[in-house]
Design a protein around this ligand. Structure first.
Ligand code: GDP
Ligand code: IMO
Ligand code: MG
Length: 419
């Protein structure tokens, strides 16, 4: 059976922590989209791991961790992660990389910076080369892991660098040296070679043997290239369809689809955000929740939880369970607000739209709840939560018709309530 974990909002909901927990019950953990724009944090015995590429499930040593074909891979970042894990006692002999995953090359990173500089409406990308790498994949000049491992790598790289340098030069950006890139990537190639294989066949053999597979989403629903707040989105499909195209697993194998949210919300980068708090409460949530980017260290924009957006995410992905993290953080406030509808041009609207012009004029309609939950970090049973916390959660369930199955009560691996 295949279970899936997806970001339900604008990313950084705490997917890493849920994946770490669920993969303790799985044989395979698979990343299916995105690249090192992601940053998934897990705290184990006070030690923090921040995964950008490697599936967060790898901390469970019996799990086979797979980078699926839908992922774009910066080999330097991946190798740094492998070495960091090895230094911490994880051998990484349970890591597998799809031969169809695409490479991120230095010109992708340079083009990402260039495009962000020259466009009028900034997106606020992570500048990790994600958009340009996916562009090349669809332009059909991308270099896949199997090309990287082959003798054709040098000639493919040369042609690409010559073409990209024409663009970089025209806009006055640094050109990429073929010799330097080739030398550097030839080292990466030999380090990564043992990990590269046909992961789709591997996953289908696992399905035949009735093994449990967990698919790890990166980014989130509202950053989806099709269903997010375009153009303020990433360049892949972090929604449910991305699981099939990014792994080669058919839809009929998918069982549970869990969406991760925080008890409030956050967004990094530009774009509409109806429940954003551009005031001292937003600042307070940022400080209480340590809301600074795992990847870029940028301060995250913070606001209240938005059920209009969450219901959209539930509808699109077919979510049948919610994981709500940071209940401890929101419980430190005296009062909590929950957005239940938007007012748009004097009309009440409960359906989300991705039209940024409409979103920018939508006014949130809130219900208010009492906070002050006290220290809940060690609570293990839902029944033991304070009444104010339960009222908040149960109202979310009432409005979404989906069970909050997992509740995060702190950053540590053990700070989770399972219902
Ligand atoms: P991801 O990208 O969805 O995996 O999330 P990030 O790792 O980027 O951001 C989530 C942050 O919240 C990380 O710093 C986590 O350690 C932290 N975190 C996750 N769950 C909880 C929780 O329930 N309570 C608190 N206080 N922190 C949490
Ligand atoms: P995880 O997996 C939050 C945002 C960027 C930017 C937009 C496009 O940790 O939840 P890109 O570099 O992808 O072209 O940037 O998407 N973004 C994320 N925001 N969490 C992420 O990943 C993100 N990955 C991309 O900030 O607004
Ligand atoms: Mg993150």
């Amino acid at each position: 059976m295949v279970d899936v974990v997806l970001g339900a909002f604008y990313g950084d909901e705490g997917k890493g922590k849920l994946i770490d927990y669920l993969s303790s019950k799985a044989k395979y953990a698979v990343r299916f989209s995105g690249g090192n724009n992601a940053g998934h944090t897990i705290e184990v015995d006070g030690k923090k791991f921040a995964f950008h590429l490697i599936p967060s499930g790898i901390l469970n040593k019996d799990v086979k961790a797979i980078l699926g074909n839908g992922v774009v891979i910066d080999p330097k970042v991946l190798i740094d992660e492998i070495y960091n894990l090895k230094e911490n006692g994880y051998k990484c002999d349970n890591l597998y990389i799809s031969d169809k995953a695409h490479l991120i090359l230095p010109y992708h990173v340079e083009l990402d910076k260039m495009q962000e500089d020259i466009r009028n409406n900034k997106i606020g990308t992570t500048k990790r080369g994600i958009g340009p790498a996916y562009c090349d994949k669809f332009e059909r000049c991308g270099i896949r892991m199997e090309d990287f491992m082959s003798d054709e790598f040098g000639s493919m790289l040369k042609e690409n660098i010559e073409n990209k340098n024409k663009i970089l030069k025209a806009f006055g950006y640094d050109e990429i040296s073929y010799d330097k890139t080739y030398k550097e990537y030839m080292i990466y190639k030999e380090i990564l070679r043992p990990y590269v294989c046909d992961t789709t066949t591997m996953l289908h053999k696992a399905l035949k043997e009735n093994e449990n597979i967990l698919c790890e989403g990166a980014q989130a629903t509202l950053l989806d290239i099709d269903f997010g707040t375009y153009p303020f989105v990433t360049s892949s499909n972090p929604t449910i369809g991305g699981v099939c195209t990014g792994t080669g697993i058919g839809a009929r194998y998918i069982n549970n689809v869990y969406g991760v949210i925080k008890a409030y919300s956050s967004r990094v980068g530009e774009g509409p955000y109806v429940t954003e708090l551009n005031n001292s409460i937003g600042d307070k949530i940022r400080e209480l929740g340590h809301e600074y980017g795992t990847t870029t260290k940028r301060p995250r924009r913070c606001g209240w939880l938005d059920l209009v957006a969450l219901n959209y995410s539930i509808m699109l992905n077919g979510l049948n369970g919610i994981c709500m993290n940071h209940l401890d953080t929101i419980g430190k406030l005296d009062k909590i607000k929950l957005c239940v509808a938007y007012e748009i041009d004097g009309k009440i609207e409960e359906y989300f739209t991705t039209n940024t012009k409409i979103l920018n004029k939508a006014k949130p309609i809130y219900e208010e709840f009492d906070g002050n939950f006290g220290d809940i970090s060690n609570i293990k049973r839902y029944e033991d939560l304070p009444i104010n916390a339960k009222k908040y959660i149960e109202r979310i369930e009432e409005k979404t018709k989906v069970k909050v199955k997992f509740i995060g009560t702190g950053a540590g691996r053990e700070n989770i309530i399972i219902r």
